[in-house]
Design a protein around this ligand. Structure first.
Ligand code: MN
Length: 260
């Protein structure tokens, strides 16, 4: 049964961390102000900068605050979450405490009487062969079990190491041109997911390249909406940005959360 809603807000790539307090505050405000006005809120991955296990949240006041905020929102509207490449270790315990429903990647939902295919986006970046090999392994349950069995400070050290490798790649403005193709989704991967899900409207995040595209490959046509990342904490190097995709009977459009 495909979930159906008359209106929804979709966000991704907030990369929440205590070291980005303005970004976190905008998310808390979003949960109070904009989010309760629609029927459903979808978080399409990378809500957190990193996640090393639900047990770590218990000792983090910041993660507790995010948890409480989402749990409060879940009493007002339906909330969904889909794993990103940073927080794919978010487990059943955190999901349950926030009142969200976990979606598999990709998933299809119906919003405003139209079908939408939802994905984080990292699995669509098939030109990045190294990353796809990494993803293949880290998504294996037995690998995750071994990782989650390590002491918390080991897990944090590993996460820190992985982040320092990938961080600069996803700052779109600083990306060398040769890197851009590798760090973006491929048309082949989009066409394939569109076909498997029998939809022709795709929404994803991950690439930090927010835009609406009309695309085609062979006989297939689809629209692709890319969600923005959020960052209000580095105005000296990057323009502040935060937006959500709003879908209702008037169609789909971006809601700028910096100006509003
Ligand atoms: Mn991502």
């Amino acid at each position: 049964m495909i979930p159906q809603y008359a209106s929804a807000l979709l966000i991704s790539d907030l990369h929440l961390t205590p070291s980005m307090p303005l970004t976190a505050q905008r998310f808390f405000d979003f949960c109070e102000k904009e989010a309760p006005k629609v029927e459903a809120v979808f978080i399409l991955g990378d809500l957190f900068e990193y996640w090393v296990g639900d047990d770590a949240a218990a000792s983090s006041p910041f993660q507790q605050e995010v948890q409480r905020t989402i749990a409060n929102l879940s009493t007002k509207v339906k909330t969904y979450y889909l794993h990103g490449n940073r927080d794919f270790l978010i487990g059943k315990s955190f999901i349950k405490k926030t009142g969200m429903t976990l979606l598999s990647d990709p998933s299809t939902v119906e919003i405003a009487s139209q079908s939408w295919v939802l994905a984080h986006g990292d699995a669509l970046c098939t030109a990045d062969i190294g990353y796809q090999a990494f993803r293949h392994w880290v998504r294996k349950p037995w690998i995750q079990k071994i990782f989650l069995g390590l002491p918390l400070n080991w897990r944090k050290a590993i996460a820190q190491h992985l982040r320092s490798n990938s961080h600069s790649q996803y700052q779109a403005q600083q990306r060398p041109r040769s890197h851009q193709v590798k760090m973006d989704v491929t048309q082949q991967a989009c066409a394939s997911v569109i076909k498997d899900q029998s939809g022709n409207r795709l929404i994803h995040g991950h690439t930090h390249l927010p835009a609406h595209h009309e695309e085609s490959l062979g006989a297939q046509n689809w629209q692709r909406w890319v969600l923005s990342d959020w960052d209000l904490d580095h105005p000296e190097s990057l323009p502040p940005r935060a937006s959500a995709l709003l879908i209702d009977s008037a169609g789909a459009r971006y809601l700028d959360l910096i100006k509003s």
